[in-house]
Design a protein around this ligand. Structure first.
Ligand code: SAH
Length: 377
């Protein structure tokens, strides 16, 4: 069977894997064993899966494969961070960032090729949007990190390229795999999804997953947030905050992590701090202040260290645990908002032109391939 037609088992979480094996006429527990071989042991060759019956291994080799993303570029930073550029099958590239820190190591995972959200301070936004990543491409980033470094990744943050909640099912399935006892065994407190605030998807996530929630807030009022994070026009703060509060309601250990990029003269005044304190009253919160990471063509400057510290102190005094996120990997453009990958042929301008020229056709055809999904915000 030609390679492209083989089923990539990296796409399957435990349930899907069990179902696949039952459908093959085999047993669910063989599926669980294969899941363990792939993720825990990093084995991609069925022949090496010695507790799988020989006949079944041969059957698998005929119809299936374990296709992991390929690192085409490994850029180490002087602080130990690595930026990995991964080649996907249709000439698109995404980036993952590996951040070691003593006993901890955090992997920043991408969920889409590019992003369609257009946050004005983010360089991924400038790249436009191509497509959603598959489960295999998302969990494949964890596989690559774990088995390239040869050490467990202790934390995963869905904070790479893209808006994870706009690629809901694959992201949830991939996060399920990360937490599975047969694979990476990450606790729910060590897998964090970061969203710009797609409110209905936050409620939905709360029903199907128990991962931790981070929200890109960046402004304490709608007027400013509309400019910085335009999805706010659709889901304003008076809808976003209750959705987040609901998410952490049933677990006393949980807090919403807020991300707040520090932009000089834009969102960093004492008045903004005061508004922020009022906005978050009653919501268990942890504040991550992120020094703005510049990129070519950026229209903002980072707040001064003194301003950031004064802002942080103000929040702390009001009882909001606040940290200033250490900028990691900035010498290799791997810091927050600097991930650009290679987003093939789908600039925003192009998407617009394509839409106009199709005039109402609902088909989505990209580079000759029909696309399903996409972002429905
Ligand atoms: N789309 C999701 C996931 C991206 S996470 C989200 O918005 O949450 C990446 C984080 O880095 C987000 O909080 C994002 O707003 C922030 N960010 C983007 N550009 C940045 C920049 N230039 N400097 C600092 N932080 C930035």
């Amino acid at each position: 069977m030609a390679n492209e037609q083989k089923i990539n088992l990296l796409n399957f979480d435990r349930k899907a894997m069990e179902a696949f094996f039952v459908e093959l006429g085999s047993k669910a527990f063989h599926g669980r064993n294969v899941l363990k071989w792939i993720h825990k042991h990093g084995v991609t060759d069925f022949e090496a899966m010695t507790d799988v019956p020989k006949k079944l291994r041969a059957q698998l080799a005929e119809i299936a494969e374990v296709r992991v993303p390929q690192i085409v570029f490994d850029q180490p930073s002087r602080d130990g961070t690595h930026k990995w550029v991964l080649e996907l099958d249709c000439n698109n590239r995404i980036e993952s960032v590996y951040i070691p820190d003593g006993d901890r190591s955090t992997l920043c995972v991408s969920s889409q090729v590019g992003c369609s959200l257009d946050c004005s301070f983010c360089s991924t936004a400038q790249q436009g949007f191509n497509r959603n990543l598959t489960v295999a491409e998302i969990i494949g980033q964890v596989w690559v990190a774990w088995h390239t470094v040869g050490k467990p990744v202790t934390n995963v943050v869905m904070m790479g390229m893209g808006e994870p909640l706009a690629n809901f099912e694959p992201v949830v399935a991939a996060m399920d795999i990360m937490q599975d006892d047969l694979t990476y065994m990450l606790s729910k407190y060590r897998v964090t999804i970061s969203t710009s605030g797609i409110v209905p998807a936050i409620y939905r996530l709360n029903e199907v997953s128990d991962v931790s929630l981070a929200v890109s807030l960046h402004a304490p009022n709608n007027e400013l947030r509309d400019q910085l994070v335009p999805i706010n026009k659709k889901y304003p703060l008076e809808e976003l905050i209750p959705a987040c509060r609901e998410f952490v309601k049933n677990d006393k250990r949980r807090k919403v992590t807020w991300e707040y990029v520090m932009l000089d003269g834009v969102n960093d005044s004492d008045k903004h701090g005061k508004q922020l304190i009022r906005l978050l009253e009653g919501t268990p919160s942890k504040m991550n202040l992120i020094p703005f990471n510049p990129f070519p063509g950026a229209q903002y400057r980072c707040s001064t260290p003194e301003r950031i510290e004064a802002f942080r102190q103000k929040l702390m005094k009001a009882g909001i645990i606040s940290i200033t996120r250490q900028t990691r990997g900035d010498d290799i453009d791997a810091a927050c908002g600097q991930l650009v990958g290679k987003v093939k042929d789908r600039s925003r301008r192009e998407l617009r032109m394509e839409r106009n020229s199709r005039q109402g056709s609902s088909d989505r055809k990209v580079n000759g391939q029909r696309k399903s999904g996409g972002t429905s915000l």
